[in-house]
Design a protein around this ligand. Structure first.
Ligand code: FAD
Length: 552
C-alpha cells in the first residue's frame, strides 16, 4: 500500500514538505490542506505588492493547486481547514470552508505546518473594517482594496518590527502619510537599541513619524471604521487604515488539542528529526520550536529560511524514515527600510544577556567598498562575542549596500561555532567595487581582537556623560574643520597628526576619552598615547558620528 501523507498548511513549510515527499516517493498519496484560498504564495513579497513595487499580483502566486497536481501529483485542497486530529485512529477532521461540510481523512504520516498567526491585541475596535493584520493573500487584497477604495491618505502601523517597517516603506511610496506606533523605545526589537537610531532617523527623513515608547491604547471607531488611534501618552493619530503588526504567535491549537507536547516557548515540540511527541506526526515552520544554534536552547524563530528548509526535511523523513538532523537556527534576518538595510544574525547583546551569556562587543563604521572607487557607502557593524573563549555570538549591521553579504558571512561563522579570530582570518571576495582587501567584517573582528588582546579599550556613546561627570578629559582627534562642525560638549581638539607633539597638553592626572569621526583615528590616537606610557585611555566606539546617531 502506498503511504498516505497528509500535510496541514501549504505555504513556507507545507509546500516544501509536499514536493520533497513526492520527489522521493512516486507512489505516496500526498494530500495538502490549506485553510486560506492560496498555496505557496510569496508572503515575504506581500508588502512590496502593497507598495506597488511588485505590480503584478499574479507574481506572488508561486504555485497553484493545479500546478501541484500536474507536476507533482499532489492533491491540494485550499479553503480546507483541519479542525481535529484523532491520533489513535490516525485520521484528521477536515472542514470544507466553501461547502460548509466536514469529514475525516486517514493518514499514515501527518506533517503539521500551520505557521504562526498575527497577534491581535484585545482592544475594542480591532475588528473594524479598516483595521488589518498581514499574513496572507486575503489580508493583502483587503488592505489593497481599502487603500484604493477609501482613497486613503493616512495610515497608522502598530508595531515597528520587520513587517511593520516594510509596510511603512511601502505605503509611504504610495503617498500615504504613515505614523508608526511602537511600545518599545526603539524600532526592530531584535536589534540592540544603539543600532536602530540610524533607522529611526531615516524613517523621519522619509516622512514616517515613529512614536516610540508609546503603545496603542485605544481605537476610535465610527460607523464600523477606525478613525483614530489613541496612544498611551494621550496622542491621537488620524488614520484611514490601521495595520496591527505587533508580532506572531505559533498556531498550536491543533497540536495541543490532540495532546502533542509543546515546548517551553509555546511552540510545537519536535526532536532533531522534526518528529513531534507522536512518531507518525512531524512538524515544521513557524509553529515549531527550533534549537538556537548559539544558545543551544529551544527558540521561536518565525523566518522563511528555517521554515522552508525544515519543511523540506520533514517531507523527506516522513517518506523515507531516514533520520537526517534538522539544522540548528542562528536567526538571520534582514529588512530594507527605504534606502537602508538592517539585520542581524545570532544574538544581540540583550538577547545574550537574557540567555545568561557574558558578552563583549565592538562597533565599527566602514565603507562597503574601497572609497577610491565611486559609490562607497558606510555601514555600521556590531559584533558580539563571548570573552571567555572569543566565540562569535552575533552580528548586527545597518547600512546602505553590502549588508546582506556581511550578514551571510557572519551567519556562516556562527553556523560553524567560529570565533572572532575565524572572522578576522576569513578570505573574502575582493575587488574595489565589491569590498576592501580587509573587508569590513575582517576589520570588525580586528577591533574585537585588539580589544581582547588589551591593545585598546572602547566605551559606548551611552557612557560618555558618566565619564565626563567623573572628570575624564575628552579629546577630539579630528581636524579643526570637523571639530568646528560639531563635537561632544567639553571636548578639546587635538588633530591626530598633531597628537605626538601636543600630547603634553593632555593632563596627566585625569583619564582620557579620545574620539574621531568613526573610531579608526581614535584607535590610532589611543595607541599613540598608550605607547607614550599612558594607561588610562579609551576610544569612543563608532566615533562622533555614532555618538550623534544615538540622539533620538
Ligand atoms: P505559513 O507560511 O504561515 O503557512 C502556514 C499555512 O498554514 C497558512 O497559510 C495557514 O492558512 C495554514 N493553516 C494553519 N492552520 C491550518 C489548518 N488547521 N488547516 C489548514 N491550513 C492551516 N521571513 C523571512 O525570512 N524574510 C522575509 O522577508 C519575510 N517577510 C515576511 C513578510 C510577511 C508579510 C509575512 C507575513 C511573513 C514574512 N516572513 C519573512 C516570514 C515567513 O513568511 C514565515 O516564516 C514562513 O512563511 C513560515 O512558513 P510556515 O509554513 O511555517 O507558515
Amino acid at each position: 500500500m502506498p503511504l498516505r501523507i497528509v500535510i496541514v498548511g501549504g505555504v513556507g513549510a507545507g509546500a516544501g514538505a509536499a514536493t520533497r515527499a513526492r520527489r522521493l516517493d512516486e507512489q505516496a498519496e500526498i494530500i495538502l490542506f490549506e485553510r486560506s484560498g492560496y498555496v505557496s504564495f510569496a508572503n515575504c513579497g506581500l508588502p512590496y505588492y502593497l507598495g506597488n513595487i511588485i505590480a503584478d499580483r499574479g507574481k506572488l502566486l508561486v504555485q497553484s493547486p493545479e500546478m501541484f497536481r500536474k507536476r507533482f501529483r499532489i492533491d491540494v485542497r485550499v479553503r480546507h481547514e483541519v479542525t481535529a486530529i484523532d491520533r489513535s485512529g490516525k485520521r484528521v477532521q477536515v472542514s470544507d470552508l466553501n461547502a460548509g461540510t466536514s469529514r475525516w481523512e486517514p493518514y499514515d504520516r501527518l506533517i503539521l505546518c500551520p505557521g504562526a498567526c498575527p497577534i491581535v491585541p484585545p482592544i475594542e475596535g480591532a475588528d473594524a473594517t479598516n483595521v488589518f493584520t498581514l499574513r496572507n493573500m486575503e489580508d493583502t487584497d483587503a488592505i489593497y482594496g481599502c487603500l484604493a477604495k477609501q482613497d486613503a491618505h493616512t495610515a497608522a502601523i502598530v508595531g515597528a518590527g520587520f513587517i511593520g517597517l516594510e509596510v511603512a516603506d511601502a505605503l509611504t511610496r504610495r503617498g500615504i502619510r504613515v505614523q508608526l506606533v511602537e511600545r518599545l523605545g526603539q524600532v526592530l526589537a531584535p536589534l540592540d537599541a544603539d543600532m536602530t537610531g540610524p533607522i529611526e532617523r531615516h524613517l523621519r527623513e522619509k516622512g514616517v513619524t515613529p512614536h516610540l515608547g508609546n503603545g496603542l491604547k485605544a481605537l476610535t471607531v465610527e460607523n464600523g471604521r477606525a478613525t483614530h488611534v489613541g496612544l498611551d501618552d494621550g496622542t491621537r493619530i488620524e488614520a484611514d487604515m490601521v495595520l496591527l503588526a505587533i508580532g506572531v504567535r505559533p498556531e498550536t491549537r491543533l497540536a495541543a488539542d490532540t495532546g502533542l507536547a509543546l515546548g517551553p516557548r509555546g511552540g510545537i515540540r519536535v526532536d532533531e528529526f522534526l518528529r513531534t511527541s507522536d512518531p507518525d506526526i512531524f512538524a515544521a515552520g513557524d509553529a515549531v520550536e527550533v534549537v538556537h544554534a548559539v544558545t543551544g536552547v529551544p527558540a521561536l524563530i518565525p523566518l522563511a529560511g528555517p521554515a522552508n528548509k525544515h519543511g523540506r526535511l520533514a517531507g523527506e523523513i516522513a517518506v523515507t524514515g531516514r533520520p537526517r538532523r534538522a539544522a540548528r537556527v542562528v536567526g538571520t534576518a534582514i529588512v530594507k527600510v527605504f534606502d537602508l538595510a538592517a539585520g542581524l544574525t545570532g544574538l544581540s547583546v540583550k538577547a545574550a544577556a537574557q540567555a545568561g551569556i557574558e558578552t563583549r562587543h565592538c562597533i565599527v563604521q566602514r565603507p562597503n567598498h574601497a572609497t577610491y572607487y565611486p559609490g562607497a557607502t558606510m555601514m555600521t557593524i556590531k559584533i558580539v562575542y563571548r570573552p571567555a573563549d572569543r566565540r562569535l555570538l552575533g552580528v548586527q549591521i545597518v547600512g546602505r549596500d553590502g549588508v546582506d553579504r556581511r550578514l551571510d558571512v557572519a551567519a556562516t561563522v556562527l553556523h560553524f561555532g567560529g570565533t572572532i579570530d575565524d572572522l578576522a582570518d576569513l578570505d573574502l571576495a575582493y575587488a574595489p567595487q565589491f569590498g576592501s582587501a580587509k573587508d569590513p567584517l575582517n576589520i570588525a573582528a580586528f577591533v574585537a581582537q585588539n580589544q581582547e588582546d588589551g591593545l585598546v579599550r572602547h566605551v559606548d556613546p551611552a557612557e560618555v556623560e558618566r565619564l565626563r561627570a567623573e572628570g575624564w578629559q575628552l579629546v577630539d582627534l579630528r581636524t579643526a574643520a570637523e571639530y568646528a562642525g560639531g563635537t561632544i560638549p567639553g571636548a578639546v581638539n587635538i588633530a591626530l597628526d598633531e597628537l605626538r607633539s601636543s600630547a603634553s597638553q593632555i593632563a596627566g592626572d585625569r583619564p582620557v576619552l579620545v574620539f574621531c569621526q568613526v573610531g579608526q583615528r581614535g584607535y590610532v590616537g589611543a595607541r599613540i598615547l598608550q605607547n607614550l606610557g599612558r594607561t588610562d585611555v579609551v576610544n569612543l566606539a563608532g566615533g562622533y558620528s555614532w555618538y550623534a546617531s544615538q540622539k533620538r
